[in-house]
Design a protein around this ligand. Structure first.
Ligand SMILES: Nc1ncnc2c1ncn2[C@@H]1O[C@H](COP(=O)(O)OP(=O)(O)OP(=O)(O)O)[C@@H](O)[C@H]1O
Length: 390
């Protein structure tokens, strides 16, 4: 078999891309909906765009119900998309079963949250891995080839010696070992992309780091592009190169993980970081220590909105302590934050003209875009500077 250690492949190459990806689930009609012209749908994912790069981990962070798993399933082409595109090496792909699906899945593998559910309890580790190797044409020609490939897979995920695990049933393994088998099975396809949907959230806290370190190791050795889905923004800082944040079906912020987690720009990301204990941020050792100073002012209240009738404009506006008039009407575009290259947020607070037009006494719906930064931003910059100065 050929688990490709492609150390020479160009790093940063975009492998898989979501472009305006949208998924609306139809909702079962109630009597009163029969007379409605527009059928009710759950707006699970709306206009989501991002790229996965070879040899890099991208964390997709958001609270429960924000649409993260739907994004993973769309990228795995298990769900058909409502709109948008999925590009593999720049080529638009839409596969529905059969040979094209198998050939896509060989390159893009999904790892699920629950290793209990994803492994069949009546089959051994050998069965699961052999099946994956055979389906994806990596089992070799002889029994020796297959044995070598099986041993190689188990060694890759640090289940050694392989003979100790090959004939074990899932119930004879710990949660961490089961998740390693699930990862080995994904590697049996020799993929370019791993979509890891909350891969450690069902595991004991003490073994989570081991599995995350394994994914990190695979990223480096096999040059994999990894999407790491999590609701734990603190883990994104340590494990992911880039972080993108999702709220109620839309992406609200993105950038390198250090910047997004330590200097979050969007009020929702700030809320997430406040509720995630991060020792460095709390003790003030990190560059973003000032965020905690501002936390009291910045706490968004309330619950995520209904995705059947999501709020107009910015979906976070009903919870946002800084919401302005425009936030209730217009969907914010991606705006550059300006502190680090590539840091963006979909928040009107980063559009000086909008902030100026919203200022008390302002009668200017089309204010001069050259106005100085809005008070909310000046305040945040002060807070960040305070943190750095300590
Ligand atoms: N098959 C489906 N039919 C209808 N609605 C769905 C379906 N799958 C997901 N949803 C809805 O889409 C929204 C996003 O769900 P999704 O599971 O993608 O969120 P998530 O961020 O992964 O949450 P969690 O972390 O709890 O898994 C939710 O409102 C969910 O109820």
């Amino acid at each position: 078999m050929t688990l490709s250690e492609s150390a020479t492949a160009p790093v940063d190459e975009v492998v898989l891309e979501a472009v305006g990806l949208t998924k609306h689930f139809p909702v079962r009609k109630r009597l009163r909906d029969l007379f409605s012209r527009t059928p009710a749908v759950v707006h699970a994912v709306d206009d989501v765009s991002f790229a996965l790069h070879r040899g890099r981990v991208t964390a997709l962070v958001g609270e429960s119900g924000s649409g993260k798993s739907t994004v993973a399933r769309l990228l795995a082409q298990i769900y058909p998309r409502t709109a948008g595109d999925i590009r593999l090496h720049g080529t638009s792909t839409r596969v529905r079963g059969g040979r094209p699906f198998r050939s896509y899945v060989r390159r893009v593998q999904l790892i699920l949250q629950d290793p209990f559910a994803s492994l069949n309890p009546v089959h051994t580790v050998r069965y699961h891995l052999t099946r994956s190797l055979r389906i994806h044409g990596n089992a070799g020609r002889s029994a020796e080839d297959l044995d070598k490939a099986l041993a190689n897979l188990l060694t890759r995920v640090s289940l050694a010696p392989p003979e100790r695990y090959l004939d074990a049933f899932p119930h004879e393994l710990s949660g961490g070992q089961r998740q390693r088998v699930a990862i080995a099975r994904a590697l049996g396809a020799d993929p370019e992309v791993l979509l890891a949907d909350e891969p450690v959230s069902m595991l004991d806290v003490s073994i989570r780091l081991g599995v995350l370190n394994l994914l990190q190791d695979l990223k480096e050795r096999l040059n994999l592009a990894i999407l790491y889905i999590t609701h734990d923004i603190a883990s994104a800082r340590y494990f992911a190169d880039e972080t993108i944040v999702m709220y109620a079906g839309r992406l609200v912020e993105g950038g390198d993980s250090e910047t997004v987690t330590q200097n979050p720009a969007h009020p929702y990301t700030r809320l997430l970081t406040e509720s995630a204990p991060d020792p460095e941020r709390i003790t003030g050792d990190g560059a973003g220590a000032g965020i905690d100073e501002a936390a009291g002012k910045d706490r968004g209240q309330g619950e995520p909105p209904s995705l059947i009738s999501p709020p107009a404009g910015c979906r976070f506006h009903p919870r946002c302590p800084h919401a302005m008039r425009r936030c209730t009407a217009d969907v914010p575009p991606r705006l550059t934050v300006g502190d680090r290259p590539g840091h963006w947020t979909a928040c009107w607070l980063y559009d000086p003209a909008t902030v100026a037009a919203d200022a008390p006494g302002s009668a200017a719906p089309d204010a001069d875009p050259a106005v100085p930064p809005p008070p909310a931003l000046v305040e945040r910059e002060d807070a960040a500077t305070l943190g750095e100065a300590r």
